[in-house]
Design a binder for this molecule. Sequence first.
Ligand code: UD1
Length: 368
Amino acid sequence: MLRSVVLAGGGTGGHIYPLLAFADAVTRHFPQVRITTLGSPKGMENELIPAAGYDLRVIPAFQLPRSVNMNLLRTPDRMYKSSHAAGKILEEVQAEVVVGFGGYVSVPAYLAAWRRDVPIVIHEVNVPPGVANRMGMKFTKNIAVGFPNQPQAAESLRDARVVGVPLRTALTHLDRAALRPQALYQFGLRPDLPVLFVSGGSSGARTINLAVAAAAKRLAHAGIQVLHVQGGRNEPFDVPTDLPVPYVVVPYLSDMQLGYAAADLMLCRGGAITVAETTALGVPAVYVPYPHSNQEQKRNALPVVQAGGGILVDNAELTPEWIEQHIIPLARDRHRLAMMGHAASQYGRRDGDEALLEFVLEAVAQSR
Ligand SMILES: CC(=O)N[C@H]1[C@@H](OP(=O)(O)OP(=O)(O)OC[C@H]2O[C@@H](n3ccc(=O)[nH]c3=O)[C@H](O)[C@@H]2O)O[C@H](CO)[C@@H](O)[C@@H]1O
């Protein structure tokens, strides 16, 4: 039985969607539970969490260093202010557990929980783990990870429990084939031609946006429709208006299930949550890892590619010519797409929310 849970995480969609999916699982099992989320002033949580109907408390921001620096926790500056604010909230709601998903805001939450003997659970999806979660690992041994390769890939995750990634119920319950006609209709796409679904993660990806838009004519003349999510924080780009088949641009997709249902093939970055979703849903994908993040996105996508569930291309190699040579033939090859989709789904899982809840309940029980 849980009465009050505090969830910390913020920044981009990759930290917030798993938090929300987990909040839904807790509410499903314990309808009377009080859920409080801690976020930072400028992150996407300020739009996404209130829209999902959860209580968001914004705590003062501070800048984390790029590497783990525990001295920061002792300095009476903004970190002190932030952890004090987090502590007051933990006391007010009588938190029984703090579950952190990473992002700057998690650090004061971990610190405040540790000071009050409130059990802490960390959910980490990347290798190497993010700085905030690495700092949190000094305060707890309750570490859960999203993917089976993580414990071997990082010393700090060696003893972590693999629980998968909590995914939104609109995705865990998705039957792609059943939703496809509605999704195509909604986007104005044709049912007789393949759909390339393009998304550069929650903030969008400029390289991907420009390369695909520059290949618009070649894709259209090959009979490939495009559903292109520009991304929350990306600039608009030009697409020719006289194409023979639909090329649909949407700024951001709150109902991601519609995109996945419409997709025959996805072109995306290798953000951990995106990889968890494409594999859980069996969507074949071309992964273009973000090149400036410690190779973390390449590590996310590589096991899927090795399992036959997708292909990988370097950011610098994604040109309109590459798209013509590799994506056009693949998008038209139904047999190969089906094999890739099946291989992806063998790697993915849909029960991350339930498995994380089980882990959290164990942590709470042990602390009592
Ligand atoms: C550049 C960078 O550092 N990116 C990191 C960031 O990616 P980012 O925040 O982009 O996160 P992911 O790619 O992992 O997940 C994106 C999430 O946004 C959702 N979505 C996306 C577009 C849209 O229009 N609608 C929508 O709902 C997706 O369905 C998914 O749930 O966090 C991930 C998880 O920590 C990391 O693995 C990534 O390396």
